[in-house]
Design a protein. Structure first.
Length: 427
């Protein structure tokens, strides 16, 4: 039918319409056809704009109007074009609240990440590994405010920023269970429609850090570790390391033997840059390499290429204690912003683009220690009067600042890092 239709229209097979029906419970197109009603996408081939059967008005008075809302202009939208503006437009009201709590984290004229306002008194969460100083936050109301890096949580790759403001709009967190697989989500940016939409792929789980590799075979040599072979398409080959090179220093530390070099590399993460000093004959050469993960090196670059077909991947995309995996399309500098369910409630903050159809968000439960730290005044702010740490409940010898309660409810979950059921205390 599709080929005949395309020929009849004179526009070829690609002219046949593909419609993505979003969370649709009413009839669509020919009588008797219904999309899946669990919030997943349904692909339907149509000869033209879908029609609503004659009895639809009596069965569901809102059917026709709702359909027009989801497709304001009839046009072809392919299976891989779910993020076309005409589709994302349907989610405008879903992100309208969280958009006011979303900031652009700028370094110069370039946006390096989004940020999520979590406290009325100027606290913002964002993705730590994307930051470049100096920074400022561009608020939803157009203000540009200098941003101070307060602290980072390396396990989560989350940074706490502070701006001088007392009138920010904190996000509203989702209460109850985390969204289940198949639930629709929208990633919030600075615009009035979401940056992308998608569904939950996997419920909260840990993403371990794969072993970092340089891509060489070694043996102990006098004063270091000698390279006996170089793996093709490895970081070592890319960096120009050759057989018989002797690695004598790594990141400023002397290499005594083969094992000491291996142990130094294992303390790092895939994607980290490592500075090496190698002896080649009578010459000493400085070399920098970016470590790979053992899985991608074993499978070759084909896998990395396939994963990056949808766009660049985040350099830090491993080693999270708990993430909510979804398939909304992100760019690395889209991370740090909130991601919401269909009720507009924030279920977490986007933290990484990990593959062609894999993006990660830190769920609200895993953010609880950071949010508690903000609320309890554990983090010192430059230029503020410090108070004794014991008064903030730390009992340590550090300077902190008392922070007034903002208007955002702080989630209370007993499974902060295990991806369990998040709950929200009400003030």
């Amino acid at each position: 039918m599709g080929i005949r239709t395309a020929r009849r229209m004179g526009i070829g097979l690609l002219g046949t319409f593909v419609v993505i029906a979003v969370a649709w419970n009413g009839p669509l197109s020919r009588a008797g056809e219904r999309p899946r009603s669990n919030g997943q996408a349904m692909i339907a081939w149509q000869e033209g704009p879908p029609s609503v059967p004659g009895n639809a008005e009596s069965d569901d008075a809102g059917t026709r109007g709702m359909f027009r809302r989801f497709w304001p202009r009839w046009r072809a939208v392919g299976e891989n074009e779910r993020n076309h503006a005409s589709v994302r437009e349907a989610f405008r009201s879903v992100v309208s609240g969280a958009r006011l709590s979303t900031v652009q984290v700028m370094s110069g004229k370039r946006r390096v990440a989004y940020g999520t306002v979590v406290d009325a008194n100027g606290f913002v969460l964002t993705k730590a590994s994307e930051l470049e100083e100096p920074m400022e936050c561009r608020l939803a109301d157009g203000r540009n405010l200098a941003a101070t890096l307060v602290t980072t949580d390396e396990k989560l790759d989350v940074a706490v920023l502070h701006v001088e403001a007392t009138d920010l709009t904190p996000v509203s967190w989702r209460e109850g269970d985390a969204p289940s697989a198949g639930s629709w989500l929208a990633s919030v940016g600075s615009g009035e429609i979401p940056t992308s939409v998608g569904v939950v792929s996997v419920e909260p789980r840990e993403i371990p850090t794969p072993r970092p590799v340089l891509g060489v075979m070694l043996e102990t040599a006098e004063g270091g570790a000698r390279v006996t072979s170089v793996v093709p398409d490895s970081p070592a080959q890319d960096a120009g390391i050759e057989v018989n090179d002797v690695v004598v220093r790594v990141n400023g530390n002397d290499v005594g033997d083969q094992e000491s070099l291996v142990q130094r590399i294992r303390t790092m993460r895939p994607g980290d840059r490592v500075a090496l000093v190698v002896k080649r004959g009578q010459s000493t050469i400085d070399v920098e390499a970016r470590l790979a993960d053992v899985h991608s090196l074993a499978q070759g670059r084909r896998v990395d290429f396939q994963n990056s077909l949808g766009g660049p991947l985040s350099e830090r995309r491993w080693g999270f204690p708990s993430v909510l995996q979804h398939d909304t399309v992100l760019r690395p500098n889209d991370c740090g912003g909130p991601i919401v369910d269909l009720e507009g409630r924030v279920v977490g903050i986007n933290i990484a683009r990990a593959g062609r159809v894999e993006s990660y968000a830190i769920p609200v439960g895993a953010l609880k220690p950071v949010l508690d730290g903000i609320r309890e005044g554990r983090y010192g702010i430059p230029g503020r009067t410090p108070v004794n740490a014991a008064r903030a409940g730390n009992g340590g010898e550090i300077n902190v600042v008392a922070v007034p309660d903002g208007s955002a409810p702080v989630p209370d979950t007993s499974a902060a890092t295990s991806g369990g059921t998040p709950r929200t205390d009400k003030n």
